[in-house]
Ligand binder design. Structure first.
Ligand code: MG
Length: 379
């Protein structure tokens, strides 16, 4: 930890945990957070949750778990290169999708619709709820009792309404401030990871073609480099050589540009990072535009592809059906949730009941949700 930059998150300037605990001894406080995340049930369930392709469509596609590992690997590289807190970056990256529903964004949109009258559903806020409340593991506190900086990083965005209920953690959204640099890294590492692995998975699934992807500058340039060097290389290895170059190009640019931004801002500590008028972990204008072009391409050609959209329709039906099934009759819920509901005072507007049901559905894996919905008879 000696070599950390002065503006990195450190144990000595951490805002600490909600419940006081002894120092973990042979590990740093940030390593402890990472370990708690890896040992959580929500983390294990990521293995069976959709990233873009439904888990049972094939064993080679990314799941939320492998996505989170790739985000963490990219995030750690960037953090180390910038002398920032690698353990904290890793913890945030591994936890960033813990609140995701089954069936990817389609599941989240469906659950948000179901929850419209009850305060809505945001997957990012749900990730925080998982680590703050829903993981029931420790005798002395609810959740994982993570450090403020880890929680700050997990909460990437949230609506102003929700920010007002989050105390100190919500203030940055109201005051338009930044999170620490480690959180900023996790945010962009997420995007770098999914842009590139979605190209990989999209090609593997046959939903995207090389010709089509050559519309994107980032892809076309690196494809030319690989083809030039190895004109006869087989398609599988060409694809891998190409994608590793695309990731490298963006990560290199990010490290170089962020270093310049940080130097320009004359930061004395993490508070200066939080007060800065913009995110300091950033891409050069040229690569930002190339990255954006790829993102928009994927949105149009992969996420809106009819095969992916068909999955979306199924997901919407399953989530919606489950939500109304439990809302109609809470005795259909598992005993722990019924017990928790029973302990609550009056809930005339059913807001609490709806929230607990949303927690339950959000925690489901794809296949569990499919199985559960099978038992539900549609009227
Ligand atoms: Mg993600």
């Amino acid at each position: 930890m000696e070599s950390l930059a002065i503006y990195a998150a450190r144990e000595s300037n951490s805002k600490g945990r909600v419940y006081n605990e002894n120092h973990p001894g042979h590990r740093s406080q940030y390593q402890r957070d990472r370990d708690r995340i890896i040992h959580s049930s929500a983390f294990r369930r990521l293995e069976y949750k959709t990233q873009v392709f439904v888990n049972h469509e094939g064993d080679m596609f990314r799941t939320r778990l492998t996505h989170s590992l790739e985000v963490s690997q990219i995030g750690r590289t960037i953090a180390r290169a910038l002398s920032l807190n690698e353990d904290l970056t890793e913890a945030i990256c591994l936890a960033h999708d813990l609140g995701h529903t089954p069936f990817g964004h389609a599941g989240q949109d469906a659950l948000n619709k179901c929850m419209k009258e009850y305060g809505g559903f945001e997957h990012n806020l749900q990730s925080l709820r998982v680590v703050d409340q829903l993981e029931e593991k420790y005798a002395e506190f609810p959740g994982l009792n993570l450090l403020y900086e880890t929680r700050e990083g997990i909460l990437k965005h949230c609506s102003l309404n929700n920010a007002r209920n989050l105390g100190e953690l919500g203030l940055r959204f109201i005051n338009k401030q930044q999170p620490g640099l480690e959180a900023q890294i996790a945010n962009i590492a997420d995007e770098i990871a999914y842009n590139n692995h979605d190209v990989d998975d999209g090609l593997r699934a046959g939903l995207l073609t090389v010709d089509q992807l050559c519309e994107c500058d980032l892809f076309r340039e690196q494809y030319a480099v690989v083809k030039n060097k190895w004109p006869d290389l087989d398609p599988k290895r060409t694809k891998h050589e190409l994608i590793r170059r695309m990731i490298n190009k963006v990560v290199d640019d990010l490290i170089r540009t962020s270093r310049q931004m940080i130097n320009r801002h004359d930061l004395a500590d993490i508070e200066d990072v939080r007060r800065a008028d913009q995110s300091l972990i950033s891409l050069s204008e040229q690569i930002r535009l190339q990255n954006l072009q790829l993102k928009q391409f994927l949105y149009k050609n992969l996420y809106r592809h009819e095969k992916v959209m068909r999955m979306t329709e199924d997901a919407t039906a399953i989530v919606t059906r489950l939500f109304s099934y439990y809302m109609e009759d809470a005795s259909r819920l598992p005993v722990e949730i019924r017990h928790r509901l029973g302990q609550m005072p009056d809930d005339p507007s059913s807001k609490l009941k709806a929230r607990y049901i949303a927690d339950y559905i959000a925690g489901m894996t794809d296949r569990f949700a499919i199985q559960e919905a099978r038992g539900v008879v549609t009227p």
